[in-house]
Design a binder for this molecule. Sequence first.
Ligand SMILES: NC(=O)c1ccc[n+]([C@@H]2O[C@H](COP(=O)([O-])OP(=O)(O)OC[C@H]3O[C@@H](n4cnc5c(N)ncnc54)[C@H](OP(=O)(O)O)[C@@H]3O)[C@@H](O)[C@H]2O)c1
Length: 163
Amino acid sequence: MLTFIWAQDEQGAIGKDNRMPWHLPADLRFFKEQTTGKTIVMGRKTYESLGKALPNRENLVLSRSRDLRLSDAEVVHEVEPILARAKTEDIFICGGAEIYRLFMPYVDRLIVTKIAATFSADTKFPEVDWSKFTETSRMENKKDEKNPYDYTFVTYVRKKPNQ
Ligand SMILES: NC(=O)c1ccc[n+]([C@@H]2O[C@H](COP(=O)([O-])OP(=O)(O)OC[C@H]3O[C@@H](n4cnc5c(N)ncnc54)[C@H](OP(=O)(O)O)[C@@H]3O)[C@@H](O)[C@H]2O)c1
């Protein structure tokens, strides 16, 4: 199964200056819970933003550069090997915008954290044809002393699974 996982603000913003625009520890914890033990795929810019591979997950980094070598992640140049693997295992696409756009035709499931705030941003989540997806779960959370915004975890699945 191919899953997108991301967090966005009320206007679909996901990044600014190659960073996340907010600090929301509950979302980082949720991301860790969802992806630990799985294979994650990210664009080269998101990898640079993190500065290292994420532990306890197989990290694949997409780049067009044939010279790129990473000590802690596998560099991948095409979509096809990732699509092939998604037929038999859980693959999580973790951004950024270019990589979500690249896999949009193939994604089976969307897991989004909707943050109830608006931020200055330079990167937005790409357009989704919501008519193709059904909401299957929703968990609303209130802000607290560590998490300064209300936020909701929402899952959607594609109406007709990709075969
Ligand atoms: N809010 C969230 O959940 C979330 C999640 C992830 C990232 N982000 C944010 O998103 C921003 C980064 O997103 P972005 O769209 O600028 O960059 P990105 O998607 O992380 O990475 C773009 C890079 O991916 C590679 N790439 C793109 N298309 C490719 C293809 N067809 N084949 C092979 N490689 C390909 C290229 O690397 P090369 O240039 O090396 O060829 C390209 O420069 C940051 O602000 C980050 O913090 C937010």
